[in-house]
Design a protein around this ligand. Structure first.
Ligand code: FMN
Length: 304
């Protein structure tokens, strides 16, 4: 099993400290490990040309970005890994722009369901199959690092990091909201949590997706475990990460949100959700064997 550590902080900063702890314990648990420091690497912003998606749809060749910089090597390392631990600093309440640049470039062409459909079409048409690394399950854990000692100064850290695994439909194993990172006793606790994260991701690799349990902060949304909700003036609220709707319940001074099982399955973080999105789009003109593809992919959900 290959575990990749992706560091978006300084080469010797807090992100690297926690990431090293996580990666070392993944190694001790038997994983082959690598760390990439992205600071100082060139990851230009996406220019929206759509060339990556056109390559995917061309039926031949692999998905590539037309811009020449360090992005492609990092993207290849992400695809080759079985699990990724990403650490990113909070800059002005949210993860650094370098991380968002990567997410945007990786973005739509690596949509898991889209790639699966295109790959089946390629097989049916005798075309070149996609790199199998694009189609396998990837696990991910997030470490969001902030210097502030209060959570309201890192508000978009963890929610922003959840965008990283979205297009490839990575299965999130853990997330650590590591604020107060410069305070020695807090740092000790965060280091212990990071070590545990490294062990957990190796353990999760041996499990079916439905067997992976959640041990981090449960949050409010039962799928992404983030705490942010979009209100529209009614008791129906929306998780902005998952795009699913729940019912606000108030009991005295206790507030919770209930999400039905059906809504949870619709989350864009779940394989069932991204598959349903393709079904909603119903692109039978492009995929003559659309229903057979859907049936095949539905049977695969516990391996994705
Ligand atoms: C431009 C900038 C903005 C920052 N904004 C925040 C912030 O909004 N909230 C916070 O908790 N820390 C903030 N920090 C502190 C960093 O998150 C903190 O120093 C962290 O350790 C940086 O990661 P690194 O040590 O791995 O480089 C900011 C730092 C910089 C340089």
């Amino acid at each position: 099993m290959k575990v990749l550590g992706l560091n978006f902080g300084r080469k010797n900063g807090n992100c690297k400290l926690f990431l090293n702890a996580a990666i070392e314990s993944a190694k001790a648990a038997g994983a082959e490990v690598e760390i990439i420091d992205t600071m100082g690497k060139e990851i230009k912003p996406c220019i929206g040309c759509g060339a990556c998606s056109r390559l995917l749809q061309s039926g031949k060749g692999q998905i590539k970005c037309c811009q020449k910089d360090d992005y492609e090597a990092i993207s290849d390392a992400v695809l080759a890994a079985d699990a990724i631990i990403v650490a990113a600093p909070v800059y002005v309440l949210a993860p650094t722009g370098q991380l968002k640049n990567f997410i945007d470039r990786f973005g739509p062409a690596h949509d898991k369901a889209y790639m699966l459909f295109e790959n089946e079409l390629r097989k049916d048409n005798g075309g070149e199959e996609l790199n199998p690394d694009c189609l396998k399950r990837h696990l991910v854990s997030y470490i969001s690092v902030g210097g502030a000692t209060t959570p309201h100064w890192v508000s978009y850290g963890i929610p922003g990091m959840n965008l990283f695994g979205m297009s490839l439909n990575m299965k999130v194993v853990d997330q650590l909201d590591a604020y107060g990172a410069y305070v020695p006793p807090i740092q000790e606790k965060l280091l212990a949590q990071s070590r545990h994260m490294g062990e957990r991701i190796v353990e999760a690799y041996g499990l079916k997706t439905s067997e992976i349990t959640w041990e981090s902060d449960p949050g409010v949304c039962p799928v992404c475990h983030c705490k942010e909700m979009t209100l529209n003036g009614t008791t129906t609220v929306c998780c902005p990460i998952c795009g699913i709707y729940g019912q606000l319940k108030v009991d005295g001074d206790q507030v919770s949100v209930e999400f039905s099982k059906e809504e949870q399955e619709r989350s864009r973080l779940k394989f069932t959700g991204v598959l349903e999105h393709q079904v909603e789009q119903g692109r039978k003109d492009r995929y003559p064997r659309f229903d057979a593809y859907v049936e095949k992919f539905r049977a695969m959900q516990d391996e994705m």
